[in-house]
Unconditional design. Structure first.
Lengths: 110, 112
């Protein structure tokens, strides 16, 4: 069966520090991968999606970036965090129809 | 552009009450429609889906019918339980794309 992992589960970072969140999927190959952010009291915002290694589509301009160095690995990064980057970050994968979500990372930027 | 609009929450109901959470969408073509549920501190789980007009998705007593004429996909349950307390998201995938568009979510609180 397929599983999706995210780490860390929680993170507290100072403004201006770098960020690296990792997501890995097991039990499937060549999945579509997605990064979402859920800000407090708001819905899900699609940040990036990838349909293959090295293929990244960005949905919103921001100081975040994403990379897909391996087929089942998706990384969300930032060189300098902003207060507005705080939120709940969700990784998801999909075979093309429904999506399967990871447990999420709660990021607090102070 | 494509979008999903959900009713504002929170929705507070007594146990065994009837639930409706409204969802309407704007999209070209024939999108697939979904309802996801998020329990506190967790990621999202697929609740049900419908891929074409007049399809009815159902799971765990929840139902939603894909209504193209009204561009709606309202979520219903005949008798809610305390364990149904969660945030519910309506979503669509535009036809021919890999993108998902989510509504803002509706928080449901069921009281014993």
């Amino acid at each position: 069966s397929q599983t999706i992992h995210q780490w860390p589960a929680t993170l507290v970072q100072p403004v201006g520090s770098p960020l690296s969140l990792e997501c890995t999927v097991e039990g499937t190959s060549n999945p579509n991968l997605y990064w979402y952010r859920q800000a407090a009291g708001r819905g899900l915002q699609l940040l990036f999606y990838s349909v293959g290694i090295g293929q990244i589509s960005s949905e919103v301009p921001q100081n975040l970036s994403a990379s897909r160095p391996q087929d089942r690995q998706f990384i969300l990064s930032s060189k300098k965090l902003l207060l507005s980057d705080s939120g709940f970050y969700l990784c998801a994968w999909g075979p093309g129809g429904e999506q399967f979500f990871g447990p999420g990372t709660r990021l607090t930027v102070l | 552009g494509d979008s999903v609009t959900q009713m504002e929450g929170p929705v507070t109901l007594s146990e065994e009450a009837f639930l409706t959470i409204n969802c309407t969408y704007t999209a070209t073509g024939y999108p697939s429609l979904f309802w996801y549920v998020q329990y506190p501190g967790e990621g999202l789980q697929l609740l049900l889906k419908a891929t074409k007009a007049d399809d009815k998705g159902s799971n765990k007593g929840f139902e939603a019918t894909y209504r193209k004429e009204t561009t709606s996909f309202h979520l219903e349950k005949g008798s809610v339980q305390v364990s149904d307390s969660a945030v519910y998201f309506c979503a669509l995938t535009p036809s021919g794309t890999y993108k998902y568009i989510f509504g803002t979510g509706t928080r449901l609180k069921v009281l014993a």
